[in-house]
Each structure stands twice: as C-alpha cells, then as structure tokens.
Ligand binder design. Structure first.
Ligand code: GAL
Length: 947
C-alpha cells in the first residue's frame, strides 16, 4: 500500500516541487528555475565536492574531511554509493561499521553540508567494476540495461540504498537535496532502464529532484530524452577540460574551454562533475596531477565557467580522493592511492588548491546575487586587446559580475588595461591586471551588508556584519593595482590602519586606490552608513581567513591552519581549529563582547588591535615521534604449489557453461567469478594423468592491468606471465583483447610422471574488474582467472580456491585467496613467534609467496592529528608485488609493476594511534631474488593540534 501511495506521490512531482496533498511539510522543499536551485524558496549556488566514503574506511575521519569541505566554503558534498562495497553476494548487504551510510549522511548533515546522493547503480569512479559487484558479472542480462537478470539485481540494490537516502532528505530534516540516477549513461540509451531507476527511487520515497551526469557528447539524456521516458529533472554535464595527463602538468585545457552547457531553459546550468584533480593514467604521481589541476587551472576554468554560462550548480570531482584499499581499484586507470591530486590530499592535508576553493567558495556563499544572473554587455578592456571581459548581472539587484581574463587563454604574460565601466551606480575608469593564467570576477552595484559597493577591481572573498559594522575581505594578485569605489551620503572618515591606500571623495563616491601587497586595512566610518573595515590582501593573505557562523553572528579568523567552528559565549570567543607546526598569529574578528579567546582547550592571550580584532599567538603541536619498524619475521607459504597439498575441499571447477558473454576457449570454464571468487588472488590446481608425451603447458589468464600469474608443475616452479588486461591499446573503445594473457611453459624433461596423477598449480592475481564506462557490458564482464588451459590434449580436472569467505568487518574486497589470507596470517592475532627473523629488504626470496610481519606501538598525542604513512625506500623490483596489511586491513599494493606509489596511507581507525599495531606483508615473487622490499619505515604526513 505504502508503495502504491509512493508511486502516486511520485506522479505529482512537478518541476522538482513535490506537491503532495495533505503534506503538512513546510521545510525542506527543493525547487528550481532556470537560474538556480532553491531550498525552501531561498536561492543557493550549489558548491559541492565529491567524497567517496568507501575510500576512507574510518568513519570518524569522514567528519574530518567533511568539516574541511565546509570550511572551504562548500555547501554540499556529492556522494557516490558503491553497490560493490556493500554487497559481496546476491541478496547479501552490509551497512554496518565502515559501511554505515546512515552515519555518513548524519555526519554530512552535522558538518552543515547538503548532499547529492549518487547510488548508481553504476558509478564508474575508477572503482572495481565501476561499482557493480563482481557477482553481477555472473547474472544473465546486459549490465546497465533493462534486461532481466540485471534488472532484478540492480533493483535489489536500489531497494536497499534508496530508503537510507530517503530518510535523510531535506524534507525529513536531513541533508539530501538531489538524487543522481546512473552515471554518464550517454552511450547505451536504454530509456526503460533510466526510467526504471527513477521509478524505483520515487517508489522508495525519494522526492528530491532527480539529476544525472551526462558526459562527452553534449547531453543525450537532456536533449534527445528531455521529455521522454528516462529523462531526469535536472541533467548536468561532466567536464574534465584539463585531461588526465599528469606527466605534463603544463598542459592547458587540451580538452577544451570546459564551459558547462545550458541544457534546458527551465533548469539551472549544472556542472555535475567538474574536474578538480585527475587520475594518474601515466603513473606520474599525484603531485603532478595536483599541479596539472592547480590554482591557475581553477581560477581560469572555474571563473570562466561561472560567468560564461551562469552555472549555479557545481560539483567538483574530487574534493578528497582517498585510497583504493583492498581490491577496490579498477586496475586499468588507478593504483592504490586515489589521492586524485585533489584539494585535500589522501592523508587529509590541505593544499594550495584548497585555498583557491576557499577564495571562490566564500565568494559564492557571501555574494548572493550571483545565484541569479543573465548575460549583459561587459565593460571592454579597450586599451589592451590582450585582455577580454565578459559579464552577467542579477536582473533584480542589477549587481554586475565581470570576468577579466586573457584573450588567449594560454597566455602567460602579465597584462594590464583600464576598464571604462558603466557600473549601475555610475561610470568609472579603473585599472585591471591579469597575471598569466589568472582570471578575476569583479563586482559592481552590490549591497555589501550595510554598504553600497559601486565597484571593486579586487575580488570579494567574503564579508560579514560583526559587532555593528561590516568587515569585508577583498583580494587580488600580489603587485596588481586595485580600485574600490563605495557610495556615501556624505564624506566618510577614512583611516588607513595598515598598508598604502589612497582615497578620494567626490560626488558621493569614495574611491580607494592601492596595490595588492600584504594585507591593507582601511576603516571607514560616517558618511551615513555603519562602519566598514576593509581588509584588502593578496591571494595568499586572503587564504589565511576563515569564516564561521555562530549564534551571535559570523566570526572571521585570520590564521590557524583550519577553523572548523566557532562560538561566542559571554566574553569568550571559542574556536575549534587546527594549528600546525608553523603556528604563528591568530586574529579573530568577533562581536565586541568577546574579549578572550580559547582555541580548543587552550586559552590564548590576546590584545585588542586597532582593527577591533583580538590578536594572539597559537601554540604549535608537540612532537609526535614514530617508532622504527624492527623485529620483522618471515614465513614462506604457497603450499598449494606442492603436489601433495590437500585440495579436496577446494571448489571443483568443471562447469561447461557460463553466463559470461565471453565464450571459454577451453573447457571446463575456469573463470574465477563463475565459482564465486571475485576479489584478489585465486589458486588453481589441475590434476592430470600424464601420457609422458606432453611438452608444454599453454595457459591464458586475465588479471587486469598490472597482474601476473605463476605456474608450478609437480611442485617445480615453471615461471610466470603477465595477465591479460582490458585491451591491448589501453583504449576504452577498443574491444577486449581476444587472446589475453597468454603463457606457454615448457615442461622440463623428467618432470612428468606418466600414468599417474600430476599436478599443475597456478596462482593468478585478480587486480580488479574493468569498469563499464561505455555500457558495452563486454569490458565489465571480461573474466578474471584462467580463461584457457591445455597440456597437449590431456584431460585436466581442476579445482579452484579464492578467498576463504567474507571478512565480517572489513568486507568482501579485503581479501583474496592467498594461503596466508585464508589462514589469517594478515590478522594481528596470528601467532608468528615461530617465524624466523628476517629483514624484508635483505632476505632472499623464492618464487611464490613469503610473508613478513612486525608489530609496533604508537602513542600519538590525543589532541593532535598526525596522519601516518608507510614508506618503502629503495627502488621496487618488477619481480615482486607486495600486499600490505595493517591490523588485518589490506591497505594497498606495492611493487615495480604496480605503480609509482611508494608511500601508503595508514588511516587512523585502522591504525591504532595509541596502542599496538601489526603490519603483515604478503610478498609474491616471480623469480628468485636476493632481497625484497625495503627499507620500510613509518612517517608522518603532517602534525596539527586539533584540541
Ligand atoms: C567521470 C566519471 C567518474 C570518474 C571520472 C574520472 O567520467 O563519471 O566516475 O570516473 O570520470 O575520474
């Protein structure tokens, strides 16, 4: 009945407004028009960034990251929900512990963020299978279509996840304001599928507007399918104009201008995924990706986008990338780290990109007329053709937003011009300057609190009414000229407290001229308005400001590494702030009753400045030494390679049919997924009665990129081969390689025992599943494990063994089927006293798997945040690969063929910051080696006082 009612309700959804008879709800209504989203009638500029909880398996750190989003001026977080992460098998779902998405949504709400919920079913995200569980490879029916089999599977997921999302919608007092159906579903145009996802959502109680993120071809779901089945209410566009070529960070928009198109006249322009980092396709390392998508890119592309189309809905991909722990990675594009070169690093550190988000984000939140603009004629930079302008204005307030940028977007020179600006309050000639790939959005005709800003060539970062006056933070490129004109009824009093600022007053206009240099402070009072404190800084100075809202109004803070929240009670201003090792000054602009300052648990001695602020010094965090990693013990495993190993309890692999669209090349079918082994390594043992005439073992194995397989016959190691990957060319459009991962192993003379049982043992790495980006089904369903096996014409009977089960805490993607994994060698409690001591870097390795374990204690200060990593020194060999387990959690893979990564994040929560920890390394060697990985050490990515 509830379902029928919900379907009926769903039919009443018009233009994003739920018009439900008898609905007494007065809060939490999401509507929209051509300009912007509105929440309870209030326009917002949606400034969201993407976060993947499944890449940070420490729920208490979700709060840390989301508070950092909020502090950068984001008002929303975009969340993919990964089906694969929750469902290890059909009908089995886990939403507890690190998978507690209820907690995630509560945390987002507590952090003060709206949520764009993106449950797929397909999410891409460089995650294994694009977020489709690997068991979906074995159900009939094309993935990402309305075909039976797949349909039952995805509906199962939606009916689990939708109710969770539904109960956190704004209408229920929660944060969810948008629901994104599918992901870049532009190639496979199965409208029935797109429609069904939405019908299921409505039936499950989703009543916020439904969006989708189109890509590449200008939005098929929005134009072709604007009104037909499958059409969503607010389609948006994904844009990655800076490409993913991190090895060449000097690139400049190789994939175009990156201007988000207007898709329809009745909806806002929605940048559903806008590039804010990059996957490291060329293994250049994420620092290079951060450079490629650094502040210059952000300034030019984001501001250009803002003013060109008047987009008011942005979701930046990624705000924080995280880690492909376990077997979460889609192996063709990424390795363990999914740092993404994002504004917040994998270890949760803030970068200069964060500063730029903050400058832009604060502006978008403070200067509200930006939420509703139309294009208008721009004041030309007529005396210098090197510069170009474009403009928009709010039709209700007349406020103008003028973009000033280089005409040649690749220009790196510094150019200046005079703008002859017919601003709403009068015409002014003002200087502008653009340094290289910078761009500015400058404002005219704006009611800035109690002031009237005629115009400013400085950018507005934020402004706030604090203690009966306005405090405004303006900024510009260091060394560039600035002019700000304010309107008064009579001549005001101007006091330059700091810096060099000249002022003139004529005809009601107070004009300030200056060069952006450090932080200038100008106090203006009288003139018929409440006082104004203008803080005019360089980009860098502006980035030092934080804004927090308190019950007594907004507070501005200059200094500290991060302000998470503030409050004022009695005569004390309190900050919850991070203070780094640089410490230094802290200055607080708070209501005048605040005379004292407390940061966390520390009282800070302050003096009152001429600016009316409180000024003090912060105390740096204490040292946080980390122990050396010593006392390693080692043990060789791979007993499966030995002929006498008892495999009688392994799964018999004798199937002659498969639901896979990839027909087997030899029988029986040996695809690991067909036998329920979906993640990590898989062992095969093939028994055969040899004739004695066999000369070669011919195998094919598919592993995904960076994978390999190792082969033994009757206990003798025959060698290894590279596993098959998605497509030889690495090109997403090329069909899967028809002959992936071949390996031919000559049988040494005398090794076969004719007439009796012989055993071939094969260890195949499964590096993860291909995604289904173009929805062709074939890539996603490319098998893993052995896909062909022959020893002449001799019949072989096979058994297969993967992971021993699903770890109840860490989930189905944590483990594969190594002997040590099946018997708990990765777990802290495993007894290793009998193992012999060995230094991993110096101990010789034999082909197969050797484990190393050590333990260490940490006693990190409780009031400090010290993200810890594991570092491998030296150069890795391509002949070994290392799985790293921290207290049983598979935190990554290291090796010469695995990727450029040498440092691995050990997130708090998995890491016991005050207690005992166990590290276990499973090292698989393809050949005898004189030594293994190392030297291995712990290091701190940072150190901040948080309390
Ligand atoms: C988009 C996709 C995301 C992610 C991104 C690249 O096309 O929607 O999930 O894969 O590309 O990182």
């Amino acid at each position: 009945m509830r379902r029928v009612l919900q379907v009926l309700l769903a039919m009443l959804v018009t233009c994003g407004t739920l018009v439900a008879p008898g609905d007494a709800r007065t809060a939490g209504e999401v509507t929209y028009d051509r300009y912007s989203l509105m929440i309870d009638g209030r326009r917002i500029v949606l400034q969201a960034a993407e976060f993947h909880y499944f890449r940070l398996p420490s729920p208490h750190l979700w709060r840390d990251v989301l508070e950092k989003f909020k502090a950068a001026g984001f008002n929303a977080v975009s969340l993919y929900f990964s089906w694969a992460y929750h469902s290890p098998a059909p009908g089995v779902y886990d939403f507890t512990g690190v998978r507690d998405v209820d907690r995630l949504l509560r945390t987002a709400h507590q952090a003060g963020l709206y949520v764009i919920a993106r449950p797929g079913p397909y999410i891409n995200a460089e995650s294994s299978g694009g977020g489709l569980p690997a068991w979906v490879k074995t159900v009939p029916g094309r993935a990402r279509s309305s075909e039976a089999g797949y349909r039952e599977a995805y509906r199962e997921w939606l009916h689990r996840i939708n109710p969770v999302i539904a109960r956190h919608q704004v209408g229920e007092g929660g944060p969810v304001i948008l629901y994104n159906a599918e992901n870049e579903y532009q190639v496979n145009t199965d409208a029935a599928y797109m429609q069904d996802i939405q019908d299921q959502a409505r039936a499950d109680g989703i009543d916020v507007p439904i969006t989708t993120n189109d890509c590449c071809d200008g939005g098929s779901w929005s134009s072709t399918w604007a009104t037909g089945p499958g059409a969503v209410q607010i389609p948006g566009i994904d844009d990655y104009p800076q490409s993913f070529e991190c090895a060449d960070p000097g690139l400049w928009g190789p994939w175009g201008e990156g201007v988000t198109e207007r898709l329809r006249d009745d909806i806002p322009v929605f940048a559903a995924e806008y590039q804010a980092g990059a996957i490291d396709v060329g293994d250049a390392g994420y620092d290079k990706c951060r450079e490629l998508t650094g502040p210059a890119f952000m300034k030019y592309f984001y501001k250009n986008n803002l003013v060109t189309t008047g987009a008011t809905m942005f979701s930046y991909y990624m705000g924080y990338g995280g880690t492909n722990w376990g077997w979460l990675a889609q192996p063709n594009d990424v390795y363990t780290s999914y740092d993404y070169g994002a504004a917040i690093t994998e270890a949760r550190r803030l970068t200069p990109k964060y500063d730029e988000f903050k400058r832009q984000g604060y502006f978008l939140q403070a200067v509200t007329p930006i939420a509703k603009t139309d294009p208008v004629a721009a004041p030309p930079a007529s005396d210098n053709p090197a510069l170009t302008t474009a403009a928009r204005a709010n039709p209700d307030t007349g406020t103008q937003f003028v973009l000033v940028k280089h005409t040649d977007r690749a220009a790196t020179s510094t150019d200046a011009a005079t703008l002859d600006w017919p601003a709403p309050d009068g015409r002014h000639r003002v200087p502008v300057q653009v340094k290289g790939r910078d761009a500015h959005v400058i404002v005219a005709g704006y009611d800035l609190g109690g002031q009237r800003l005629t115009l400013s060539t400085s950018e507005i970062m934020t402004h706030a009414a604090i203690g009966g006056r306005d405090v405004a933070v303006l900024y510009g490129t260091a060394g560039s000229p600035g002019a700000t004109v304010l309107r008064y009824g009579s001549e005001p009093r101007v006091t330059v407290l700091d810096g060099r600022v000249s002022s003139t007053y004529a005809g009601g206009d107070l004009r300030l001229d200056y060069s952006h240099d450090g932080l200038a402070r100008v106090l203006i009072s009288g003139g018929g308005r409440r006082p104004l404190l203008l803080l005019i800084g360089t980009d860098e100075e502006a980035a030092r400001f934080w804004r927090a809202d308190t019950a007594s109004g907004p507070v501005l803070v200059r200094g500290t590494d991060l302000v998470r929240s503030a409050s004022v009670s009695g005569d004390t201003a309190r900050l919850v702030a991070d203070v780094g090792t640089g410490a230094g000054q802290v200055e607080v602009f708070a209501p005048p009753q605040a005379r004292r300052l407390r940061i966390g648990t520390q009282d800070v001695r302050v003096t009152r400045t001429r600016s009316g602020s409180l000024l003090g010094s912060t105390r740096p965090p204490g040292p946080a030494p980390l122990p050396a990693l010593t006392g390693w013990r080692a043990h060789v495993e791979s007993p499966e390679a030995q002929p006498g190993f008892d495999d009688s309890r392994w799964t018999v692999a004798d199937s002659t049919t498969t639901t896979s669209p990839h027909p087997p090349k030899t029988l029986p079918v040996l695809y690991a997924d067909d036998y329920g082994y979906h993640y990590g390594n898989v062992w095969y043992r093939g028994h055969f009665t040899a004739t004695g005439a066999e000369t070669t073992i011919d195998l094919n194995a598919i592993t995904g990129k960076r994978g390999n397989y190792l082969v033994w016959l009757n206990g003798r190691y025959l060698g290894s081969a590279a596993g098959g990957v998605q497509a030889d060319s690495g090109d997403q459009w090329t069909p899967p390689n028809p002959d992936p991962g071949p390996g031919h192993f000559a049988i040494p003379a005398g090794l076969l025992k004719p007439g009796v049982d012989n055993v071939i043992a094969v260890l195949v790495a499964n590096m993860g599943h291909n995604d289904d980006w173009i929805a062709d089904d074939l890539r996603f369903k490319q098998p893993r494990g052995l896909v062909a096996a022959a020893i002449g014409g001799t019949p072989i009977s096979w058994r297969i063994q993967g992971a021993a089960g699903v770890d109840p805490v860490r989930g189905g993607l944590n483990n594969g089927g190594l002997y040590g994994e099946r018997t708990g060698w990765h777990l802290s409690a495993h007894p290793d006293k009998s193992w012999k001591t060995a230094n991993p870097a110096a101990a010789p390795l034999i082909p197969g798997v050797t484990w190393y374990r050590t333990s260490f204690r940490l006693d990190l200060p409780e009031d400090q945040d010290v993200p810890v990593g594991l570092r491998f020194g030296g150069d890795p060999s391509p002949a070994y690969r290392v799985q790293i387990f921290l207290n049983g959690w598979n935190v990554g893979q290291y090796g010469g063929d695995i990727g450029p990564q040498k440092e691995f994040s050990l997130p708090a929560g998995l890491l016991q910051e005050r207690g005992a920890n166990t590290l276990a390394l499973a090292v698989t060697a393809e050949q005898p080696l004189p030594g293994g990985p190392g030297p291995i050490s712990l290091f701190a990515y940072g150190n901040v006082r948080v309390r």
